[in-house]
Design a protein around this ligand. Structure first.
Ligand code: NAP
Length: 229
């Protein structure tokens, strides 16, 4: 049975990825920063017949990631798929106003969290493992000449650089690392105006976790196709 670990999977796109991969027979390690919310989501998935365990992770806190590694490594030798999904998009003001504390919070969650997840869980990643970083079109270089959500855009742009660095570092180990954009998805973050359902938002992540060629690495993917960083 293949194992997937997903961060921030108690709601939104992360929960939907867990549901879809669980339905494909994966053992789902559902992680969330709040125990109650994570256990609630786990119980829902179990109710759908999905083999699901909950482990608490606040991705912005490396000690929380290290504690989770101790728990997961006791029951699993390897992870087939690691999905860095947890993310935040707070209103932080324009580039000339954004405060250091707000910037740090966004980068700790969206950029350093995924990097620390890979650093800490590296012993469970083997040839054929896949790492998927959920980025955003707002992280593209071409999106940076904008006033819209600068902290979020910069953090996702830097996440894409993390993807490239990790893909290079892990290529000889046969581990694929890609960034992806789910599109504008109807979730708490995406809001009601978004056109995409969570089912559609999760589709390309599920493809990257299962059917995508394992030699596809170091890319930015949207709708199962490579896009420019
Ligand atoms: N929705 C869109 O249109 C869209 C577009 C492009 C990219 N994305 C990306 O897709 C991913 C999922 O977004 P979404 O729309 O599903 O967002 P969402 O509905 O707001 O869900 C975000 C999830 O991340 C979790 N999270 C936040 N900070 C965390 C932390 N420090 N540690 C662990 N978990 C944390 C949240 O947990 P709590 O419940 O505890 O807050 C929640 O489970 C994000 O990376 C986002 O940037 C979304």
């Amino acid at each position: 049975m293949k194992t997937v670990l997903i961060t921030g999977a108690n709601r939104g796109i992360g929960y939907e990825i867990a549901r879809q991969l669980g339905n494909q027979g994966f053992l789902v390690i559902l992680t969330a920063r709040e125990k109650g919310k994570g256990e609630h989501a786990m119980m829902h998935l179990r109710g759908l017949g999905i083999d699901c365990r909950f482990v608490q992770i606040d991705v912005s806190d490396i000690r929380s990631i290290e504690a989770a590694y101790q728990v997961v490594s006791k029951c699993r030798d390897s992870l087939d798929v690691l999905i860095n999904n947890a993310g935040i998009m707070p209103q932080t003001g324009g580039i000339l106003e954004v405060r250091p504390k707000a910037l740090r919070e966004v980068f700790d969650t969206n950029t350093f969290g995924p990097l620390h997840m890979v650093q800490v869980f590296r012993p469970l990643l083997n040839e054929g493992s896949r790492i998927i970083n959920i980025s955003s079109s707002l992280g593209k270089f071409s999106s940076q000449s904008s006033d819209y959500s600068p902290a979020y855009g910069m953090s996702k742009n830097a996440l894409n650089v993390v993807t490239l660095r990790l893909a290079h570092a892990l290529k000889d180990s046969g581990i694929a690392v890609n960034s992806m954009c789910p599109g504008w998805v109807k979730t708490d973050m995406g809001g009601d105006g978004a056109q995409r359902s969570v089912e559609k938002g999760a589709e390309t992540v599920v493809w990257l976790a299962t059917e995508a060629p394992i030699n596809l690495t170091g890319k930015f993917i949207r709708d199962k196709r490579e896009i420019e960083f």
